[in-house]
Design a protein around this ligand. Structure first.
Ligand SMILES: [Zn+2]
Length: 355
């Protein structure tokens, strides 16, 4: 891809000096844990210049990104779980356009959406909710029950994979699992290099970017998946990037405000859009998933409340909560039970430990 180079001439005293200004995509050094083969992302163009990027598995990336190519620049929604993953996306964006990335939105503070921020240097504004800035600036995005469960488990996952690869007799299966092991090893390296960078621009309710012909609205519609979820809404193109406020499948509940989330989704429904680009899973059309997820959240909350009032521990409640009636909408739900973290959070809320 040829690089776009603008040449400025400046008159200095009697002589003329040509100053070469690089306005195209930046050269960023390859961060630790960014060794992989093939493409790290699959891009789907849902509207002209608006792409949904989903990880291929060649590299552990954590979440999806949206890529919005404007007249002069590029806006990226979410920076993935590590600098390595963010770097891989920024490199692959160069196959779409040589316009520079100028804006990165963090839909929320979770590491899998915001821990790649550090690859974007000065000249790139990172935009997020004030709550997101607080969580990233205070180190909260690198600790707590949720982080410990997902990131703390990496070394034991690697040890387990190593054992399995060694024990495997079939050469083909051994090679495939060996590839998975290398992805996890790279992920561990990449995770160790994270230094959370908070947003440089914050909002509390809304902020609109006018970039050439595009109007890009950043909206906080209320608390839900976290205390500061922002959706990225393009009214003219009728596209919304929803982060984890609305996923293709049920979103993680460990840092949620479940009852408020149902109302926040009502406000999302009120927007006029055709396409949803979620933080996890494939892009989809329409609003039916809002109904599905509201029903799921209400059912979860009612059951958690009842089991709490019956005096059950959070762990026992997590084993008993039965959401199989939602399996037509969410085929991954096959058994009784839910991840403990959602119930810990619900109990925290019921017992007044969440403000
Ligand atoms: Zn999340």
């Amino acid at each position: 891809m040829p690089r776009r180079v603008a040449v400025l001439s400046a008159l200095v005293c009697a002589g003329t000096i040509a100053i070469v200004v690089q306005t195209g995509a930046a050269q960023r050094p390859r961060p630790p844990g960014a060794e992989f083969s093939g493409a790290a992302f699959r891009f789907t163009e849902v509207k002209a210049g608006i792409y949904h990027a989903v990880g291929t598995g060649a590299l552990s990336v954590g979440c999806n990104a949206s890529i919005i190519v404007n007249d002069e620049d590029v806006l990226i929604v979410d920076s993935h779980s590590t600098p390595a993953a963010a770097w891989a996306l920024a490199e692959q964006v160069k196959t779409l356009t040589d316009k520079p990335i100028r804006y990165v939105i963090n839909t929320h503070f979770h590491w899998d959406h915001a821990h790649g921020n550090q690859i974007y240097g000065p000249g790139v504004e990172i935009i997020g909710h004030e709550f997101t800035r607080r969580m990233l600036a205070s180190g909260e995005s690198m600790r707590g029950r949720s982080y410990d469960m997902f990131i703390g488990a990496i070394p034991s996952q690697i040890a387990e994979l190593r054992k399995q690869v060694e024990a495997m007799a079939d050469a083909d299966a051994k090679r495939k699992l060996g590839d998975q092991l290398r992805v996890q090893e790279q992920y561990q390296l990449a995770t160790a290099s994270v230094k959370p960078q908070p947003p440089t621009v914050t909002l509390t309710d809304s902020l609109t970017l006018h970039r050439g012909g595009r109007e890009i609205r950043l909206l906080f519609l209320g608390r839900g998946h976290t205390g500061g979820d922002v959706v990225v809404y393009l009214p003219k193109e009728r596209v919304v990037a929803s982060g984890d406020l609305l996923g293709a499948g049920p979103s993680y509940l460990g840092d949620a405000y479940v009852t408020e989330w149902v109302e926040t989704l009502d406000r999302l429904r009120a927007l006029e859009f055709d396409w949803v680009l979620p933080g996890h899973g494939d892009a989809f059309q329409g609003k039916a998933k809002i109904d599905h997820f509201q029903a799921y959240l209400k059912d979860f909350w009612q059951q958690a409340r009842r089991l709490h009032d019956e005096g059950l521990s959070a762990e026992e409640a997590a084993r008993r909560i039965d959401l199989r009636s939602h399996s037509a909408n969410y085929p991954t739900i096959r058994e009784v039970g839910i991840l403990n973290h959602g119930v810990y959070r619900a109990y925290d809320q019921i017992e007044g430990r969440v403000q």
